[in-house]
Design a protein around this ligand. Sequence first.
Ligand SMILES: Cc1cc2nc3c(=O)[nH]c(=O)nc-3n(C[C@H](O)[C@H](O)[C@H](O)COP(=O)(O)OP(=O)(O)OC[C@H]3O[C@@H](n4cnc5c(N)ncnc54)[C@H](O)[C@@H]3O)c2cc1C
Length: 478
Amino acid sequence: MRKFTEATAILKKELGDNAVRTDTEACFAASFDNTKLSFLPEAVIFPKDESDLASALRLANKNGVPVTVRGAGTGTTGASAPVCGGWVISLAHWTELKIDADAGIAIVQPGVITQKINDEAAKYGLFYPPDPASVKHCTIGGNIATNAGGLHAAKYGVTRDYVLALEGFLPTGEKVRWGAPVKKYVSGYNLRDLWIGSEGMLGVITRATLRLIPKPEAKHTFLCAFSDDETALLAAQDLIKSRIVPSVCEFLDTLSVSCAQRYSEKCFFKKKSAVLLVEVDGDALSVPAQAERVRSWASSRATDFRETAEAEEAECLWEVRRICSQSMFLIADSKLNEDIAVPAQNFVPLLKTLRKITEETGLATPVFGHAADGNLHVHVMFNRNETREREAAQTAIRRVMESVVALDGVITGEHGIGLAKSPFLEIQHSSDEIFAMLAVKKALDPNNILGRGKMFSPFNVWDYVPVNVKLPWDKKKA
Ligand SMILES: Cc1cc2nc3c(=O)[nH]c(=O)nc-3n(C[C@H](O)[C@H](O)[C@H](O)COP(=O)(O)OP(=O)(O)OC[C@H]3O[C@@H](n4cnc5c(N)ncnc54)[C@H](O)[C@@H]3O)c2cc1C
């Protein structure tokens, strides 16, 4: 620890007091992400340029200081929380953004808020599709490091599908550039794609070149009710099998819908229902034809549905989806929130397992998420001060993860491993696979500087009490 403090003093001298903050306010603000698990760093570094960043990385290597790279801290796994202390490098103030409309690309620094890319692209009739639900708060650096998905991934894919080139620094402080602003790239090992989704553990991203596509001219939104969860999931499968490609296909189980109704004091549908929120988009000519096909599917499968082509009305249809996550706190004060993905044909077996877990543990397991790409947000609700519930939640979540892998799925579809999912890595991967990952980590980061304590060291989130802070994306708690 003394060594860290000495290294911090050297860095402060080199970069200046403004770039190296050790005050409580800065350290606390950089100590947690959306999990609200807080670990205080020794210092928060705000590099003014690449030279500052390289100096910090080199000094960290020399002194063995753990470094955590940070965007906006909206991550839901603790990946940007400095669990081993050391330095947090914050790049949220690196916000240069340039659209090259002729080339159909955006060149961005990592601190650009993702929504801003889309707002700027739209001025040229262009579109950057990856849109995590946190799009108004999260940074593109964080999105690339987690390979963030979003509500439109069903049709448009995830962050990886739009990254053409990356610039940045190896953990040891050398500048590198992977990829180029071209669509085809097979020169050498593809370390660009290795960085994408590597959770800030293999390098620091300082610039990205992103592919933009033409902005869809129109869209049509449907909110469809189904008698029960299974019927809704089977209907989603049929929609996809019928070769309709919705831009959005969100599932909410009956429990999620009833929580949202109680929370908003609105009645989305008269009868108790599971819900599918479906959207189609494209050019103005094709959307009515796509909508007609969805209408015919909804007429034959749903007990009730509402639809609109108007943006303002569509917002009303979206409300149930936007509030369902927060409304779950009506059931219990805490949740283990997973983002598993299973093949569509295994939705129903997964649902049955969850219902069995609820029967056995007495804990509610509401589910909502991206039905078209199999990425479902599974929750285990529990009251933190009830020892029985807390222990039952741990057992339940392990069983969820084991079932997901047995059903050919993955333990995380978009959030990543970080701290929260580290106990389950060995359920997903064989020891040979983990060995290969560790070999890559050691080759690029021989002193284990970046993201120390994450991913490969099992961490029991439930043993830690989150800090009581309200974040900008927190809505009021019911
Ligand atoms: C309300 C809400 C809704 C969400 N919805 C979604 C969703 O729909 N889809 C989804 O995928 N996620 C979602 N998330 C999770 C989160 O928003 C994403 O993981 C996002 O990509 C994190 O971005 P950030 O800027 O907040 O990164 P942070 O949380 O600060 O960091 C996340 C990871 O990225 C690394 N990192 C950050 N910047 C860099 C950089 N420049 N170089 C290298 N590594 C870096 C960090 O070290 C860390 O490992 C949601 C979160 C919230 C709070």
